[in-house]
Design a protein around this ligand. Structure first.
Ligand SMILES: [Zn+2]
Ligand SMILES: [Zn+2]
Length: 393
């Protein structure tokens, strides 16, 4: 099998990897880089996609799927059930231009590519993107492991920790993300620590807590919700978040829902709310919490922020009596989140260097191929004995 990293070798995301075996090929991810323009044009991407028998998407972050917007062929696209749901929701609310079509939701079984002699095994792993998969690609002779985005400090850390033991055969090539090779992450290390830090902050605190995090980061939502349970507060979400959670309900009954105790909904007159059917909004109204209820008893609530809340609800008076918590990547900080009183309580979606090193040693591939990093040759600085690390020109 031949491996071509078409995009993502020297950027955060924008992954596009082609695995070729005789006359056949598959693509792993098709994203747009986080902080850079894509190096592939729509035409080049379509030329690559045209010869692919299938496209596999590791998880629902745009730097792994957004290039599918350009796709002009009816190539089958495989992704996990959760990944499909998250992208469908993102499309419904106009957060992506990509409308999932020709999508086959992955179960646990291997996917065999017809007539190509290639099999693909999806392996569930821990990442901040919901229901993420790594992929093991085999042609019966060689084995290639593709990490997607990976960490081992989230709520599904056991998945990443048991990854090496799930691989029965020798791995010839390991295509591994290296986000934190250059972005030394000094903040909170684990999702459990996020929950604990937040719990400590909310204890003996008489303010309303306003917190910002991504509605699609379900690990984080659970951490915030658990901190609310431990401190007797109610988490107030918006209809868009309530809708996202409702869509994910068939995938896990552990995902908090709007009708649970300690969850409420603040209705916002915004486009996200207008995108939800009236029938659903009527359902959600049983969990409705009004602004005046929050004002009358602020210490009882943790309010998930959004643009509507920040522009219509937070006046100067309220701002003096609010504990602000910023719980996502600090690259996005703007508006009230620049305030020096803001508490930054967040952990990365990506593995620390020590985790990457351990993974490489435990998996012990013949060859390591870096991807998803801002320094394409940074893996070369690690001491990896006889593992050959691909150096890019
Ligand atoms: Zn990524
Ligand atoms: Zn990701």
């Amino acid at each position: 099998m031949e491996i071509a990293i078409h995009q993502g070798a020297n950027t955060l995301g924008g992954n596009c990897v082609e695995i070729q075996s005789s006359d056949h090929s598959i693509l792993l991810d098709a994203g747009i880089p986080v902080n850079a323009n894509p190096s592939l044009s729509s035409e080049t991407f379509n030329n690559i996609a045209e010869r692919a028998n299938a496209i596999f998407i590791s998880h629902p972050h745009p730097d792994h799927y957004e290039m599918l917007t350009w796709l002009k062929h009816d190539t089958p696209i495989y992704m996990s059930h959760g990944c499909k749901k998250i992208i469908e929701v993102a499309y419904k609310f106009g957060h992506t231009q990509y409308k999932p079509t020709n999508v086959i939701a992955l179960d646990k079984e291997d996917i065999t590519i017809p007539n190509a002699g290639i099999s693909v095994t999806p392996i569930a792993i821990d990442h901040s993107g919901f229901d993420s998969r790594a992929f093991l690609i085999s042609d019966g002779d060689k084995n290639i492991l593709y990490s997607g985005d990976i960490r081992d400090h989230g709520r599904k850390q056991y998945m990443t920790k048991k990854l090496p033991e799930q691989l029965s055969d020798n791995i010839d090539s390991f295509i591994l993300e290296g986000t934190l090779l250059t972005r030394k992450y000094k903040g909170i290390q684990t999702e459990q620590e996020v929950q604990d830090k937040l719990t400590d902050l909310l204890k003996d605190n008489s303010n309303l807590c306003l917190i910002t995090f991504s509605s699609q980061n379900i690990d984080r939502l659970v951490s915030v919700f658990k901190a609310c349970l431990k401190t007797g507060r109610t988490l107030i979400i918006d209809p868009y978040t309530a809708y996202t959670l409702q869509e994910l309900k068939p995938i896990s009954d552990k995902i908090p829902q709007y009708f649970w105790n300690n969850i409420g909904i603040l209705f916002a007159a915004d486009s996200n709310t207008r995108a939800i059917a009236q029938e659903q909004l009527n359902q959600f109204s049983r969990a409705k919490i009004t602004k005046s209820r929050i004002q009358n008893n602020p210490k009882k609530y943790v309010l998930k922020s959004n643009r509507y809340v920040e522009t219509h609800l937070i006046d100067d008076h309220l701002l003096n009596n609010i504990t602000l918590v910023y719980s996502q990547w600090s690259g996005y900080t703007k508006g009230i989140w620049k305030n020096e009183d803001v508490h930054h309580i967040h952990c990365s979606g990506h593995a620390q260097i020590e985790t990457l090193e351990k993974l490489i040693r435990d998996i012990d591939p013949d060859k390591l191929i870096p991807i998803h990093t801002e320094d394409k040759n940074a893996f070369g600085n690690l001491d990896l004995d006889d593992i050959q690390v691909t150096r890019y020109a």
